[in-house]
Design a protein around this ligand. Sequence first.
Ligand code: FES
Length: 118
Amino acid sequence: MPKLTVDGVGQYEVPHGKRLVLALEQDAGIDQLHACGGNARCTTCRVEFLDGEPDNMTVAERDVLAARGLSGIRLSCQIFCNQDMTVRAISRLAGSGRKDAGHEPATRIEPPPEWIDK
Ligand code: FES
């Protein structure tokens, strides 16, 4: 099982192939935002990778990051836990002013992923 390390929080073994946004919430117990429900629209599921960043990404992730001029972050709703990873949780409910983290993302990546090299 891949190890997910959340900087300053802890290290967790997560099921291979689990969506990172769900691993952060369910395995690491982080109050990770996912305002659009994991559909590559809001970017609130963003994390910063310190190690183990996947070298591929979905077209949906690439497009929304480009449209918003964002770099140096990845969208946890568009990433599977297929390897050991170390991330910084930089977008959490606490302090966000939002009333909740967003509706629960599905177990599958949505929209249906088209993979490209990062
Ligand atoms: S972009 Fe909205 S939850 Fe990932």
